[in-house]
Design a protein around this ligand. Structure first.
Ligand code: 3H9
Length: 686
């Protein structure tokens, strides 16, 4: 492998150029190379100063996250930063792109920070459940003031070049030759190191005010509380002691399951972007124009996704009246964003200009991608796919937004099954980030690559899944819904069930969610598929449809969207349980949570066994971005690993035995992994 640091001396200034693709993370080799460059520059009497520059798409993306948890290799980042801080000669960071986390900490230990116009400076560690652990909580406050530094850390978002200079975090923006300008700085006398600039901390009261405003976050996110404590230490402790205090906090957070989960999410999201089994060199097809069939809630939302990404899109309906309603729905959604102030009127107009409407499927003739979002009825879908096959160009991708129907059957209605796949958006489609890209039996690698690439352009997180009823997300959700209903029959109340999930970290429990969505939706699907859910059915039959009728699982007093407990529901559940012959009992919160979550994990294991998802991390990404699974819990499969698969298997087996429900019996894969003392994380794709 090429040396990660190139060292050269020209005209008495040394330049260390970092090259550690893809993002110049501070791996052991990069740290060693940079440490060595500092030593050489210090030892060489012919060198007046050192410039640190970098090649590639980032300056330095931070510590190498994949090394966390492994034994630290010397020189550590702390040692490297101390060497920069203590160097007798000036060191200049020439930052052409993002300097993040440990990357910014390296730069802050230099004498000056000289920026290219595309530089971005940030401390995103909180997003990984961490804090800057190499002096960042001490140097950023000395450069930009304690209050502003705290704001930068807890936001986790980088500043662009001009903002970084304005804040005092960097010295100048250079439009011309960045390294040349940095060399000029390196020839100057070394200024006082940042570590000694205590006057930079600024007003203590301003910092305390900022800290007080974070009280709510600090109560639930330990990294926020620690950021505050570390910056406060800058006022109260000598520099070296405050750095040791920061180090201890960093190591404590590194070991916290919440940070482990967030780091798992970081890698799972990036891994999900790689399609398992795709032949090397597969190229996506260009998509210049899209068409969306149907302009109901989903169709309208999907069309907006294309327009928001700057892709012209045609909305297609069966008649003029339906089309007018659909276009009005789209305009109304944009208008309310303008009213809320989240969108400018110009942007709304530019987006609306990208959307046109038409009646009839023949209007798909010039589209490169068609997304069908009509009723969930196989007969209708097959008819549509047959028609699309006749009127669209060769190579047009034909996608269905179905939530659970068989894509292979739709593909069979065409003469080009290789171009057919699922693109399953989540409601509201213009907001939720998940896109399940459903690979059918004959879907070609190009079609798959096109759908995932377009998903990324639409700012979605695409996850490739296989064909089955409900794909990954809804198939697992069905297990949770089934248990939630069953728990009511066995004696739990809707609020106990909801509370188990909100305490776990979800924003809403299943019953509050059902009331919001409307109970009639599930009821209609059950009627069509011959299924029943005795409690939910009884509620619908009593005309309790949720928030829209102001009563469902809860009661909604006039004007309120927050449900209150309704004794009528308690009585109704008791009556239904008696009819069903289910004996009611007190059920503890722990059992409720396990009954809701572990059957989902079990279904996830079956999904892996069947190859419907390629990796456990893909399932986690589906739940994080489609169903608001709390990120600090890492997703259902990571959660199962964190509680231990032996425990999961034992609980499921006990539930199966107690309820007589065989679907709760542990999946073979789950049993096997548990017996081998392994976790889902040990499984590798392909
Ligand atoms: C830290 O610094 C702690 C210190 O305070 C104290 C330590 C003692 N490490 O996102 P991309 C990989 S904590 C290892 O697709 P982009 C990534 O997995 C760190 N690997 O590219 C992917 O690999 P693959 C604070 C990393 O252009 C590839 O690089 N820093 C790291 O869309 C490309 O990534 C952060 O939290 C890393 N630090 O976005 C920044 N970063 O190709 C984290 C990336 O195998 N990184 N990889 O899938 C980012 O936010 C984005 O990666 C970045 C580039 C904006 C840099």
């Amino acid at each position: 492998m090429a040396e990660p640091v190139r060292y050269e001396v020209v005209d008495g200034i040394a330049v260390a150029t970092l090259s550690n693709p893809p993002v110049n993370a501070l791996s052991a080799a990069l740290r060693a190379g940079l440490f060595d460059a500092v030593r050489r520059a210090e030892a060489d009497p012919a060198v007046a100063g050192l410039v640190i520059a970098a090649e590639g798409r980032t300056f330095i993306a931070g510590a190498d996250i994949s090394e966390f948890g492994k034994p630290p290799a010397s020189p550590t980042l702390a040692e490297l930063v101390a060497a920069l801080d203590g160097a007798a000669k000036p060191v200049v960071a020439a930052i052409h792109a993002a300097a993040l986390g440990g990357g910014l900490e390296v730069a802050m230990a230099c004498s000056w920070r000289v920026l290219g116009p595309k530089a971005k400076l940030g401390l995103p560690e909180v997003k990984l459940g961490l804090l800057p652990g190499s002096g960042g909580t001490q140097r950023a406050p000395r450069l930009m003031g304690a209050a502003a530094a705290l704001r930068l850390m807890v936001a986790g978002e980088p500043l662009d070049a001009d903002a970084a200079v304005a804040a005092g975090l960097a010295d100048t923006v250079v439009l011309g030759d960045l390294v040349q300008a940095a060399r000029g700085f390196a020839a100057r006398p070394k200024p006082q190191p940042v570590s000694a600039r205590d006057e930079g901390l600024g007003d203590r009261d301003a910092f305390e005010k900022e800290a007080a405003a974070l009280a709510k976050r600090a109560a639930t996110e330990p990294q926020i509380a620690d950021c505050i404590a570390c910056v406060r230490a800058a006022f109260e402790k000598p520099f070296a002691e405050a750095v040791a205090f920061e180090r201890a906090a960093f190591l404590r957070l590194l070991d916290d399951p919440r940070s482990k989960a967030l780091r798992h999410v970081f890698f799972a999201e990036r891994e999900a972007a790689r399609i398992a089994g795709l032949p090397k060199g597969t190229q996506p097809r260009p998509v210049a124009r899209a068409a969306v069939l149907g302009s109901g809630t989903m169709g309208a939302g999907i069309a907006m996704c294309f327009a928001n990404a700057g892709i012209p899109v045609r909305v297609i309906e069966t008649d003029e009246a339906a089309l007018a309603r659909g276009m009005e729905r789209i305009r109304g959604t944009y208008d309310s964003s303008v009213k809320r102030g989240s969108l400018s009127a110009e942007t709304r107009d530019a987006r609306l200009a990208l959307i046109d409407g038409a009646v009839g499927l023949d209007a798909t003739a010039d589209a490169d991608l068609v997304v069908e979002a009509v009723f969930e009825e196989m007969g209708l879908k097959k008819q549509i796919f047959g028609h699309l096959d006749r009127v669209t160009k060769p190579g047009t991708i034909l996608a269905s937004n179905t939530s659970y129907l068989d894509i292979d059957e739709m593909a069979a209605a065409t003469s080009r099954p290789q171009d057919v796949l699922g693109m399953h958006f989540f409601s509201p489609a213009n907001v939720m980030k998940l896109l399940e890209v459903v690979r059918a039996k004959h879907t070609s690698p190009e079609a798959l690559a096109t759908a995932t690439e377009i998903g990324r352009k639409l700012a979605k997180v695409p996850v490739v899944v296989g064909v089955c009823h409900g794909f990954v997300g809804n198939r697992m959700l069905a297990r949770r819904t089934q248990q939630a209903e069953r728990l009511l029959l066995e004696g739990a109340t809707p609020e106990q069930v909801d509370k188990a999930l909100t305490d776990f970290g979800f924003r809403m429990g299943p019953f509050a969610m059902a009331d919001l969505a409307g109970l009639d939706i599930g009821w209609r699907i059950r009627r069509a598929t011959g299924k029943r859910a005795p409690v939910a059915d009884a509620l619908v039959e009593a005309e309790r449809l949720g928030q829209k009728t102001r009563k469902g699982y809860y009661l909604y007093p006039e004007g309120s969207r927050t449900g209150v407990v309704d004794p009528e529901v308690t009585a109704l559940i008791r009556r239904v349980a008696a009819q069903e012959g289910v004996e009611q009992r007190e059920i503890g919160q722990e059992e409720i949570l396990d009954r809701l979550v572990l059957p989902m994990v079990n279904e996830g294991a079956r999904i892996l066994e069947e190859g419907i998802a390629a990796r456990p991390g893909d399932i986690d990404v589906v739940w994080l971005h489609g169903y608001n699974w709390p990120a600090w819990r890492g997703g259902p499969m990571h959660y199962a690993d964190s509680v231990g698969l032996l425990h999961v298997v034992a609980r499921l087996a006990a539930f199966a035995e107690a309820t007589g429900d065989d679907t709760l019996l542990p999946a073979d894969l789950l049993g096997r992994l548990a017996a081998e003392g392994r976790g889902f994380a040990s499984l590798k794709a392909d």
